[in-house]
Design a protein around this ligand. Sequence first.
Ligand code: BES
Ligand code: ZN
Length: 631
Amino acid sequence: MKSIVSYVSAALIIMATLGCSPQPESATPQAGQTTAAVESVEVSTNAADPHSYSNFDQVVVRHVALDLAVNFERSVLAGSATLTLEHLQPGVSQLILDSRDLMVSKVTAGDAELAFQLAPADHHLGSALIIELPTQLETVTVHYETSPSASGLQWLTPEQTAGKKQPFLFSQAQAIHARSFIPLQDSPSVRITYQARITTAPELLAVMSASNEPDTARDGEYHFTMPQPIPAYLIAIAVGDLQFAPMGKRTGVYAEPSVLASAVAEFEDTESMLEVTEQRYGAYSWDRYDLLILPPSFPFGGMENPRLSFITPTVIAGDKSLVSLIAHELAHSWSGNTVTNASWRDLWLNEGFTTYLTYRIMEMIYGTERYDMEALLGFQDLQADMAVMAPEDTRLQIDLAGRDPDEVFSDVPYEKGALFLREIEQQVGREAFDAFLLQYFADFAFKSLDTATFEAYIKEKLIKPYDLDETRIVSWIHMPGLPDGHPMPKSPAFTLVDQARTAWLAGELNAAALTTDNWVVHQWLYFLNNMPETLTQEQLADLDGAFALTNSSNNEIAHSWLMLVVANDYKPAWPQLESFLKSIGRNKLVKPLYESLSQTPEGKAFAKRVFDEAKAGYHPLTVKINEKFVN
Ligand code: BES
Ligand code: ZN
C-alpha cells in the first residue's frame, strides 16, 4: 500500500527543507536551487549541496545496513536499507533522502510503517524520498528495489564478460548515482559507515568498497563492513565470476580468471606505490588496497572505491605504460577518500590534489623522465580541453547548480588543479610543500571540506608564513584559464620526437626511415597528439604502413591514432575504429571519437550505426554522454 502524504505533512516538508520557517517567502528557493513539486508544494535542494534534496543539516544519516539480493534475471537489487539517524535539530518531522528510479514498497521503524512520499523526479537529481518521522526515531528501514535501468549499475550478460559464462554486475556511484541503488543522503558532505549482507548465486563472488576477505567461502552469501565513515559516492559493489590473487602484503587483484595473471603482472608495483605514498603523506588509513578489474564497458579508467579501486581492463597494456591510473586511484586514498570535497563544485580538491600526487608517485617509482613526460601530456590535454570549453567552466571552483555533474566533466579540476599545486610547490620548495600536504591530510582526515575552507587553511599554513601572493592564489582558484607565468611542464625525452615529426612532415624522411625503435608509449602519444590538424591520405598510409598503428594493442595509442583517422577520414582504419567503439565503454577513449565523428554527415551516420549496435553493451553513463553526438 502506498502511503499518501497529507496536505499538512506536505506543508511540513517545505518547512523541514527550508529551515522550519513557515513564512511564505522562505519557500522561495535560493538562486540555483532546484525544486520538485510535491502535490502543490515544492521540495528544494539542500543549500549546502545543490545536488542533494536531503535535509542532512537537520537529521543526518550516520550508518547504513544493507540487505540486498542480486537478481540477474530481472537486473535488480532488492531488499532493504536500514539507516541510523542522528537528529541535529529538535522536532524535525521528516527525513528527506535522495533516490532515483527506486521502487519503494514500504518504510518501517521496528514493526511500525511510516508514511512516505516520492516527489516527482528531477531529470538530474532524481526524486526526494520524504519519510514522516512521528518521533525522533533512531533507525528507519526502507524496503525497495532498483530499476533495471538504474543509472549507477550496469548489468552485463555472460557474453559481455571475459569468461562468457557468468553474468556480471558493477556499480559506479560518483557523482550522484548512489541514490539509484540505495536511498540515502547522497551528498559528499555526509559521511556514513556501512555494513552489508549480499546474496547471489553461489558460483558468483560479491565484492564491495569495504572489508573483503580474499579467502571467503563462496556460498552466495557475503558480508561486508566499512567501519570508517565515507561519503555515499564511495559505496560500491560488484558481482561476478571473480578470483583473487595477491600482489603484495596489503595489495591484490580481483578479476575474472582469464584476466587475473596479466593484471597481477601489469600492476605488480602497486605495493611499492602504497609504501612510497605512505612514507611521504602519512599512514594509509584503509587497511587493504585491492584492485578490481572490470569488463571493458566500465565507463571510467578507474574509480577510487575505498579498499577496492575499480579499474578498466583497457590499461593492461603488457608493459606498465598506463599504470599511472593505479597511482591515481591509490592517491585518492588520501585526497578524496580521507579528505573529501564537500560538494561537486569543489571536485578539484579531490582530483587536482590526486593528479598532483599521481605525478609525484610516478616519479618516485619510475623516475623523473616518466614524471616529465606524463606531466607534459597531461598539460597538453588540459590545453586542448580548455580551448573548446566555456571560459566560466575553466575555473577550479565552478557553479554547478542546476547542472548535471556528469556533463561538466573536464580536465580542468585534474590538470589545472595539479598545475596550481605545482606552482605552490615551486614557490615554497618540495620539502615544505610535502610537509604541508602531510599536515593537511591529518587535519582534515575523515572530513569533507569546501574550497573556502581550503583557502582559509592555505592562508594560515603557506600564504602568510611564505609571504605568497594571495591575489594570485585567488585567481588560480576563481578565474578562468591559467594565470600568466604558470609552470610549464617540459620533457627532454620529447625533443627527439618533435625532431622526427618535423622531419617527416617536411617530407625529408618517410615514416619507415624515422628512428623510433626505442620510443616508449608516451613518446608515441606525444608524436601522434601533436600532428597538424590535416594530414593527407598518403601521409596516414605511410604512418600506418610503418608503425601498424591501426593494429596497436595499446589502447591509448590506438585512441590517439583513431582521432587522426576520424579527423582526416582515413577509411582503411574504419573497421578498426568500429571495433574499438564497440569493445570499449571508457568515456575518455570513446567520447572524443564520437564527438569528432559527429562533425560530418558521413561520420555521424557511421557513428549512429555503430552506437546503435554497441548501445546494449554500454554503461548507462556512456549512453548518456555519447547519444547527443549521434542523434
Ligand atoms: N574519481 C574519478 C572518476 C570520476 C570523477 C567519476 C568524477 C565520476 C565523477 C577517478 O579517480 C578518475 O579520476 N579517473 C580517471 C583516471 C585518470 C585521470 C588517471 C579516469 O577514469 O580516466
Ligand atoms: Zn580521480
